[in-house]
Write a protein that binds this ligand. Structure first.
Ligand SMILES: Nc1nc2c(ncn2[C@@H]2O[C@H](COP(=O)(O)OP(=O)(O)OP(=O)(O)O)[C@@H](O)[C@H]2O)c(=O)[nH]1
Ligand SMILES: [Mg+2]
Length: 288
C-alpha cells in the first residue's frame, strides 16, 4: 500500500502552526485511544520541541478501558501529562485543567511573578484528522463553538476559543507527508483518519477483519453470526479466509447481489461503519 495522502492544506497547516507557536504556552495533542501509537503525528514532536505538551486519549468511550489505562501509564511514566476523554459526553474538564496546570507549571509561575494572575493559558490543540479536536474544544467551552463532523478535513483554519482561564486554538487535522508503515496506514484508515474515497473499501474491510481477529476475537461473530466464534479457517492463507468470512457475514444479514451471491461490498461498508461507531464493542487496535 502507499497511502500518500497529504493534501495542500496540510502543508499550509504546518506553516501556520509554526507561525503561531510563539503565541502559545502549551501543545495538547489529541490522540485516538483506539490507536494511540499510529494516531500520534511524529512531525508534531519536531514542530514544537521546547513547548510543554500533554496528551488527550480521545474516543475513550470506543476503546478498551483496560488498554486505555495502560496507555495512560505509558505516557505518564514518560513525564507527559495524559488524560482520557469522551468528547461526545464530556466530564473531563477538571482533569484537563489539572493536566494543563501540570505541564504549564513554569509558565504559571512566571505569570505569577510578573503579577499577571488573570492571564489565560494558551493551549494549541493539535492532532491527526477526525480525531475529535473540535469536539473536544466544544465540550470544554460547553457549546458548539467549533465546527465538527464525522469526516476528516472539517477544520480548515486555526481559530481561537476562550473560557475562564484558557484560550484554545483549534487547528486543522494534520498527517505527515508519507506514512511509512503499511500497518500504521491501515490503522489510520480503519479509524477514519484517511478518507475512504482514496481506498478500496473491500480490501480495507478484509484487513480490518484480520486485525480484529487479534484485537477483539469473536466480536464480529457475535455481531453478525450470533455466535461466539467464527467458523474455523478452511485455507492456509489468511486473506481468502477473511474474504470468505466477509461473505458469510453478508449472507447472514441477507446482503446479496442479484443471483444470490453475498454482497461483500455492502458488507464492507457495514463493517467499517460498525467498527468506527463502536457497534462492535470497545476495541483498541494498539497496545503500549
Ligand atoms: N464516540 C466518540 N466520537 C467522537 C469523540 N470525539 C469526537 N467524536 C466524533 O468524531 C467526529 C469528528 O470530530 P471532530 O471534532 O470534527 O474532529 P476533528 O479532529 O476536529 O477533525 P478535523 O477538523 O477534520 O481534523 C465527529 O462525528 C464527532 O462527533 C469521542 O470522544 N467519542
Ligand atoms: Mg476540527
Amino acid at each position: 500500500m502507499s497511502i500518500n495522502w497529504y493534501p495542500g492544506h496540510m502543508a499550509k497547516t504546518r506553516r501556520l502552526m509554526e507561525a503561531d507557536l510563539k503565541n502559545i504556552d502549551a501543545v495538547c495533542e489529541i490522540v485516538d485511544a483506539r490507536a494511540a501509537r499510529s494516531s500520534r503525528n511524529p512531525m508534531l514532536r519536531s514542530l514544537a520541541p521546547h513547548k510543554p505538551r500533554m496528551i488527550v486519549l480521545n474516543r475513550a468511550d470506543q476503546a478498551d478501558p483496560e488498554v486505555s489505562r495502560k496507555w495512560l501509564e505509558h505516557f505518564r511514566s514518560r513525564g507527559i501529562p495524559a488524560i482520557l476523554a469522551d468528547s461526545q459526553k464530556g466530564g473531563f474538564a477538571q482533569q484537563f485543567e489539572k493536566a494543563v496546570a501540570e505541564c504549564c507549571a513554569p509558565v504559571i509561575e512566571k505569570n505569577l511573578k510578573r503579577g499577571q494572575t488573570g492571564k489565560h493559558l494558551r493551549v494549541m490543540i493539535v492532532g491527526i484528522p477526525n480525531v475529535g479536536k473540535s469536539s473536544f474544544i466544544n465540550r470544554l467551552c460547553g457549546r458548539k463553538a467549533a465546527k465538527a463532523a464525522d469526516k476528516p478535513g472539517v477544520t480548515r483554519h486555526n481559530e481561537w476559543f476562550s473560557i475562564a482561564g484558557f484560550d484554545f486554538m483549534d487547528t486543522p487535522g494534520m498527517l505527515w507527508p508519507k506514512i511509512e508503515s503499511d500497518e500504521m496506514g491501515y490503522t489510520l484508515a480503519f479509524t477514519g483518519t484517511i478518507p475512504d474515497q482514496i481506498l478500496d473499501r473491500e480490501d480495507l474491510a478484509v484487513r480490518l477483519l484480520m486485525r480484529l481477529a487479534d484485537a477483539a476475537p469473536g466480536a464480529c461473530a457475535r455481531k453478525y453470526l450470533g455466535r461466539d466464534e467464527d467458523p474455523a479457517p478452511e485455507y492456509e492463507a489468511d486473506a481468502p479466509y477473511y474474504y470468505d468470512l466477509l461473505g458469510k457475514y453478508a449472507a447472514a444479514r441477507s446482503l446479496l447481489v442479484s443471483g444470490g451471491m453475498p454482497d461483500t461490498e455492502r458488507m464492507s461498508n457495514v463493517l467499517l461503519d460498525d467498527f468506527r461507531s463502536g457497534k462492535l464493542g470497545r476495541i483498541s487496535l494498539e497496545r503500549p
